[in-house]
Design a protein around this ligand. Structure first.
Ligand code: HEC
Ligand code: HEC
Length: 303
């Protein structure tokens, strides 16, 4: 049998070698031509031919051969069985078929050479490129309209058609942020929007509960002028260093707190957001234009 295994290996190497040699000779690897079908049929025909000759040989042999060898213990109504090895020819056919089958599956038609998902993704990518090109220069009003359509389909299931967060299921986007969320963020810190605000926000910039409460009110009230406790704590707590003097946000450092802007919303879309209310999934399937559009729509809600 060891010799057979060796033959099997040689057969495989020859098949694979021939496959690549023929592919290369035709330059098909570069051009993506399909000669695999012909090769597979060639292999199948070869095996069929070998099988035919082997069968003919054994049928002839059966006509004149007499049985020899050691008998097995079992017998069925007097019909016994010799303990002979598998005839060489059968073994060749068996191995040949097995190896050819594996070659056909793995190399002849690589398992991932074609997939419906791959084709679908390709078509979506082409469509998205056309979509991006077509809508590259939209005016603000059209951008917002597109954003509203995206919102109704993608976001309303959680945020509601009125973007009111459906009784706390998701964030209410008609105002920037809830007091409870602010308190939660100050106490726990946050690092959701890794794409645009990689540094995140450290926890406990303020430790005094009264200060935290005052700052939260100050932010919810929209950063009113004057020397309130909240305004002072916002400066003393180091908040201005990342969020700007009036919470207007600093690019790549801290998001805008006195309203939504495109940077803030698109970072939430890219990275998702997990905080006191719940978890918002990332929206990686939106194109750049769609992200910009829905961000423009959300930004327009709280003004
Ligand atoms: C599966 C439900 C779900 C969907 C769908 C969803 N969101 Fe959210 N979103 C949430 C939750 C929950 C939060 C609150 C996370 C937190 O801060 O606890 C949130 C938060 C947000 C925030 C941040 C609000 C803030 O003040 O911090 C924005 C902006 C936002 N979503 C926009 C969108 C947009 C735009 C879409 C559609 C493309 C969308 N969301 C789709 C659940 C969802
Ligand atoms: C080191 C910079 C930094 C400092 C200092 C900082 N923040 Fe932040 N803050 C951030 C970043 C970055 C985020 C976005 C976190 C994320 O990615 O989820 C954030 C998020 C927030 C949010 C949540 C916004 C949302 O939509 O959920 C609030 C509220 C906030 N900060 C308030 C404050 C207050 C109040 C202070 C001062 C006590 C402060 N921050 C200090 C960087 C900072």
């Amino acid at each position: 049998m060891n010799k057979l295994v060796l033959y099997g290996i040689i057969f495989v190497v020859a098949l694979v070698g021939a496959t690549f040699a023929i592919l290369d000779a035709n330059g098909a690897m570069a051009q993506g031509k399909d000669v695999m079908g012909q090769l597979a049929i060639f292999g199948a025909v070869a095996i069929a031919a070998i099988s035919t000759f082997v069968i003919i040989k054994y049928i002839r042999q059966m006509q004149y051969d007499t049985a020899t060898g050691e008998l097995a213990d079992e017998n069925w109504d007097g019909i016994g069985e010799y303990k002979n090895e598998l005839p060489f020819g059968w073994a060749v056919i068996f191995l040949g078929l097995t190896i050819w089958g594996m070659w056909y599956f793995l190399i002849g038609y690589p398992v991932n050479a074609y997939s419906q998902i791959g084709e679908y993704n390709k078509e979506v990518a082409i469509h998205n490129a056309e979509f991006e090109a077509k809508h590259a220069n939209m005016d603000a009003a059209t951008l917002k309209d597109m954003g509203q359509s995206v919102f109704i389909v993608q976001c309303a299931p959680c945020h509601g058609l009125q973007a009111d967060g459906m009784d706390g299921k998701a964030a209410n986007l008609n105002h920037r942020i809830e007091k409870a969320s602010i308190v939660h963020t100050i106490k726990n810190g946050a690092n959701n929007m890794k794409t645009d605000f990689a540094g995140g926000m450290p926890p406990m910039m303020l430790s005094d509960d009264a200060d935290i409460d005052a700052v939260a009110n100050y932010i919810v009230d929209g950063f009113p002028d004057g020397n309130s406790t909240g305004a002072t704590a916002f400066v003393n707590g180091g908040c201005t260093g990342c969020h700007g003097n009036q919470g207007e946000g600093i690019p790549y450092v801290g998001p805008k707190l006195n309203g939504f802007d495109i940077a803030m919303v698109s970072s939430v879309l890219k990275d998702g957001k997990k905080s006191s209310i719940g978890t918002m999934p990332a929206f990686k399937n939106l194109t750049n234009i769609q992200t910009k559009a829905v961000a423009a729509y959300v930004s327009s809600l709280s003004k």
